[in-house]
Write a protein of this length. Structure first.
Length: 341
């Protein structure tokens, strides 16, 4: 079968008996061309199967109109919400979004970053993985003046805009809520402390305990990767400590769910015997029994803001004089895992 040649603006111009320059201007929404003419030309272009030569345009502008996004785990509600926010803003501004997940692995994150760099994305939005403690693959962007925006899990030493939530305040409110329910022995299952979000969540937990005049049992503060399996191992370890806690603040909802399942299996009632609060407000937290009290993060809004800041940088011909760190508020959602009916 003989392949048909690509339709060009000259073909459209010939069909409509107008100049190629008029067609070109109309397809770019040039206001010098009347709206009626623009509509007629665009209609003909669609009917004839015209495709703009994006590669040629990219060579002229040195832009691909593509944004790279790297998240640790796409299947986490928080990260998918951020992606939705990014895509909404990017689409309206004429940018395509390339989304990848690192699975919390440094090697994969580095490979993805180099691939996006090689494919000439105009900018990168990312949240680093749990293993990431070296940043050469990200400095590659900042050193070449390719705009970079971090969200949630950020890298302080790289100059870039950063979007975070009040992890300290969220953790403080979660722990304070447990104390207000009459709990005096609150344990904590946290994430790796190389990530600021988990260091700040632990700090908020510690401050709430201190402000209430209670003691912290260091044996009941654990750090892991916050998977279902990690949560199971953590709750087993906590129950083996000398004094059983009467509450646990978990740094994510996945760990909170693991703890609840195990406690139920052992006949330990939640929240009567041990109250639990998670973090992130995953959709399952409202559906399980008991429903999980948690801290809600504004993921969609974070994604919108990250995209706005990135596209503003891409569109600007000058590098920002200063970079913003924008902190967004969290919200305590009280459900059955922490409060007696």
């Amino acid at each position: 079968m003989v392949q048909k040649p690509e339709i060009t603006i000259h073909d459209i111009a010939k069909k409509l008996n107008i100049s190629a320059s008029t067609v070109s201007r109309a397809l770019k929404d040039n206001p010098l061309i009347s709206e009626a003419t623009r509509k007629k030309i665009k209609k003909a272009a669609i009917e004839m199967g015209y495709r703009p030569n994006v590669m040629a345009a990219n060579l002229r502008t040195r832009r691909t109109n593509t944004i790279g996004v790297i998240v640790p785990l796409i299947n986490r509600h928080f990260f998918s919400s951020v992606i939705s926010g990014i895509e909404e803003v990017a689409y309206k501004q004429g940018f395509a979004v390339t989304i990848s997940q690192s699975n919390d692995k440094l090697e994969k994150e580095s490979t993805i970053a180099h691939s996006l760099f090689s494919n000439r994305v105009d900018g990168l939005i990312l949240s680093i993985g749990m293993e990431t403690q070296t940043y050469d693959h990200l400095k590659l962007f900042s050193e070449r003046n390719i705009p970079l925006v971090f969200f949630d899990r950020i890298v302080e030493e790289i100059p870039a805009h950063k979007i975070v939530v009040d992890d300290f305040g969220g953790a403080y409110r979660a722990t304070q809520h447990l104390i207000e329910q009459g709990r005096k022995k609150v344990a904590h299952i946290g994430g790796p402390l190389n990530l600021q979000i988990y260091a700040k969540r632990e700090a908020g937990y510690r401050q709430a305990i201190s402000d209430a005049g209670l003691e912290i049992n260091e044996d009941q503060i654990l750090h892991n990767s916050l998977t279902r399996e990690d949560g199971l191992n953590a709750i087993k370890k906590i129950l083996k400590t000398k004094e059983r806690p009467d509450a646990i603040f978990c740094a994510n909802d996945t760990t909170a769910l693991s703890a609840i399942i195990y406690l139920n299996e052992k006949g330990i009632k939640v929240p009567e015997d041990i109250a639990i609060v998670g973090f992130s407000n995953e959709p399952f937290s409202e559906l399980v029994t008991p429903s999980i009290s948690t801290i809600k993060q504004p993921g969609f809004e974070m994604g919108q803001k990250a995209a706005e800041l990135l596209i503003k940088q891409i569109s600007s011909k000058t590098k920002p004089q200063t970079y913003e760190t924008i902190m967004m508020e969290t919200e305590l959602i009280v459900r059955n895992s922490s409060q007696l009916k």
